[in-house]
Design a protein around this ligand. Structure first.
Ligand SMILES: [Zn+2]
Ligand SMILES: [Zn+2]
Length: 384
């Protein structure tokens, strides 16, 4: 970290950028300044305008995942191109990229040559991928490697995509990393068929994003099992999901199961169940909800919350396909951005968002943790 002096304010590449830094686990986010830098060849510097807060950020602050500190958090953000490094002329779709363009970018850069990247063609499983806002310490050059910042330095190899002109930055950030996570989970792994009954366990951003993509995939009915009530209300008014079951109101598990099964075709159970609750005990209930020969996709256990009893007999007896989905690849991010006009036309995405100034990161995280906001988004001064 450096205390670069404020030099010529007319220059675009001098002075400092303010960012919110996690300096140690369990500590409050602290505003710190970093020197602004010019992009090297292949890199792009972006003025961040909106940066999302994700449940993972709260876990990172608590030290539940091994990451380097200090770190500027923020793995989901949008902004405007501030400067293009030598050789960068187009975005990931091959469209011309210019200073001032509104862009989003994949949070991760896979290595591109490991077994998972090359042989399996599944870069979400790359073990050495760089992830903005997570495993790039702000102590290391180029320092500005997280989204909760006025500026971010996107390294060569980043997947940068111009935001379609028909969607707003608020609509892009409403789902944040849950958008590409759901693209990967639903479109690539679970692959519901048209006419399916899909149950989504969990009504956070990942659950709602999975519900949206299940609908876009042609599901006949999408049942969201989650809570608390205010989250389900946001889902309902945004047009997400067909049936909403509040686990805080329907606390008896057997009665809840009856209610859910009654909503499925012939009471057989769901064709596809997607776990996006992040609570280990949800898994045994999910197995109960799935029909014989159905699919159960576990995508919500991103953080290790420990073990849970399940009865594996029912996996065999139901001939269940049990699937997992880890994060997403840059290609899924691209697919997410390309799907945004369809998503935004069908669902009221911006209604999911509550905005806070960058300096109020703690308050924004607290409101999300306590369920007061479904999706907290930090808004910068938009300096450029
Ligand atoms: Zn996230
Ligand atoms: Zn790799």
């Amino acid at each position: 970290m450096s205390n670069a002096t404020q030099t010529d304010p007319a220059s675009r590449t001098t002075g400092t950028a303010t960012a919110m830094v996690l300096e140690g686990f369990g500590r409050a986010m602290a505003p710190r300044t970093f020197p602004r830098v010019d992009p090297d060849a292949g890199a792009v510097v972006v003025d961040v305008t909106h940066a999302g807060i994700c449940g993972t950020d709260i876990h990172l602050q608590q030290g539940r995942l091994a990451i380097p500190v200090p770190v500027i958090l923020g793995h989901e953000a949008v902004g405007r191109v501030h400067a293009l490094g030598e050789g960068v002329t187009t975005d990931a779709r091959g469209e011309e990229l210019r200073v001032g363009d509104a862009v989003s970018w994949a949070s991760n850069i896979p290595c591109g040559h490991c077994y998972y990247c090359e042989d399996q063609q599944e870069p979400s499983l790359c073990e050495t991928r760089k992830v903005y806002g997570i495993n790039q310490s702000s102590a290391d050059w180029p320092h500005l490697s997280g989204g909760w910042s006025e500026q971010i330095y996107l390294q060569p190899g980043s997947t940068i995509v111009r935001i379609p002109s028909s969607v707003t930055p608020q609509q892009v950030i409403a789902l944040g990393c849950a958008g590409p996570t759901a693209v990967h989970a639903v479109n690539r792994i679970a692959k519901p068929d048209a006419g399916n009954v899909v149950v989504v366990q969990g009504s956070g951003p990942v659950g709602l994003a999975c519900a949206m993509y299940a609908t876009l995939a042609g599901a006949a009915k999408v049942i969201i099992v989650g809570g608390p009530a205010n989250r389900l209300e946001v889902a309902r008014t945004a047009g997400i999901g067909d049936i909403h079951i509040d686990i805080f109101a329907e606390t008896d598990r057997a009665a809840r199961l009856d209610r859910i099964l009654a909503e499925t075709t012939g009471g057989r159970g769901a064709d596809v169940v997607i776990e996006a609750a992040g609570v280990p005990t949800a898994v045994s209930e999910g197995i109960d909800i799935a029909r014989r020969g159905g699919k159960y996709l576990v995508v919500g256990q991103y953080t290790d919350h420990g073990t849970t009893p399940i009865n594996p007999h029912y996996i065999t007896k139901k001939q269940l396909q049990v699937l997992g989905s880890w994060a997403f690849s840059p290609h899924n991010h691209l697919e997410y951005v390309e799907s945004l006009p369809r998503l935004a036309a069908r669902f009221d995405l911006a209604s999911m968002v509550t905005e806070y100034p960058l300096g109020k990161a703690e308050e924004a995280m607290g409101d999300m943790r306590d369920g007061r906001s479904l999706k907290s988004v930090l808004v910068t001064g938009g300096q450029s």
